[in-house]
Write a protein that binds this ligand. Structure first.
Ligand SMILES: Nc1ncnc2c1ncn2[C@@H]1O[C@H](COP(=O)(O)OP(=O)(O)O)[C@@H](O)[C@H]1O
Ligand SMILES: CC(=O)N[C@@H](CCC(=O)OP(=O)(O)O)C(=O)O
Length: 261
């Protein structure tokens, strides 16, 4: 299978949902790719939006190693923000760009299996690839799945999954090419310069120095895991940068290339 024929798994981060122009540009890039016959799956976060909604509901946010501690009482707010508002806002932008899309979550169509990651984190999920049939059905129609990172475990419990980890699992599930789009141009070094290509050794060094931290640490870990698994680089780039989006449509490498060993 040629690279460009692999489904493209595009993960978009939270801040995008607060930027109407960013959403419009991204969807127009996605529409251009879909019109060329490229399958695209969009996986999204919405961390900023969750923060906002928790605060509005008088709840506090606590993170451990970049992951949100999610007690049971926060689940309705988190699910509402991610599987509800964020997912539907993106769907709206996709429809406006002429894309036929299916808004869904990790809990749909048995695409993944899920379990609680670690009791300390509360209702935070760890997911594993399971069955690609539902996604493949949508892609075969030429439609674009828009997937929120809410999973459901065997007991029917709703779990909050970090969206970079969700995108990594979807990429593995469909053997897709993963591009993690954030609000920064890629992984930056200690001087704020873009790192063109990043190996595991280099990333470990920068993480130890605290240069790569918070959300970027989780993102780079997810990218390294998929790069290793696929034997091909995973890109960390920016949805803000119109030039990067144009290059992505042309199939060019953008942002930081996170390399397999
Ligand atoms: N070395 C780094 N390079 C770039 N961003 C970094 C780095 N270390 C930490 N960050 C932070 O990580 C953020 C991106 O992660 P995150 O907020 O989880 O993004 P998203 O919501 O797009 O997934 C950046 O906005 C930046 O604040
Ligand atoms: C467990 C966990 O941390 N879940 C994330 C899910 C959303 C997310 O990952 O959003 P971004 O991609 O915008 O960072 C959260 O609650 O913020």
């Amino acid at each position: 299978m040629s690279l460009e024929k692999k489904p493209l798994v595009l993960k978009v981060g939270g801040a995008l949902l607060q930027c109407e122009m960013g959403m419009a540009r991204l969807m127009s890039a996605a529409a251009a790719m879909i019109n060329k016959g490229q399958s695209v799956i969009m996986v999204h976060g919405g961390g900023c939006f969750v923060d906002e909604q928790l605060t509005a509901n008088g709840m506090v946010t606590q993170k451990l190693d970049g992951l949100r501690v999610t007690p049971a009482e926060q689940i309705p707010v988190v699910v509402g923000a991610l599987a509800g508002t964020s997912n539907k806002l993106l769907q709206g932008a996709a429809v406006k760009a002429g894309i036929t899309c299916v808004g869904m979550s990790l809990g749909d169509g048995d695409i993944v299996t899920a379990k609680i990651k670690n009791e300390q984190l509360g209702f935070v999920g760890e997911v594993m690839p399971n069955d690609a049939a539902y996604l493949n059905f949508i892609l075969a129609k030429g439609w674009m799945p828009i997937v929120s990172s809410i999973a459901i475990d065997e007991l029917g419990q709703l779990l909050n999954v970090n969206a970079d980890q969700a995108a990594a699992v979807i990429a593995k599930l469909v053997n897709g090419q993963l591009v993690l789009l954030s609000d920064v141009s890629g992984v930056l070094d200690g001087k704020g310069q873009l790192i063109q290509s990043l190996s595991k050794t280099h990333s470990d060094e920068l993480t130890k120095l605290g240069v790569i931290d918070k959300g970027m640490k989780v993102k780079v870990e997810a990218a390294l895991e998929v790069a290793q698994w696929m034997g091909q680089p995973v890109q960390v780039a920016s949805w803000r940068d119109a030039e990067q989006l144009n290059a992505l449509v042309k199939g060019e490498a953008i942002g930081t290339q996170v390399l397999p060993d």
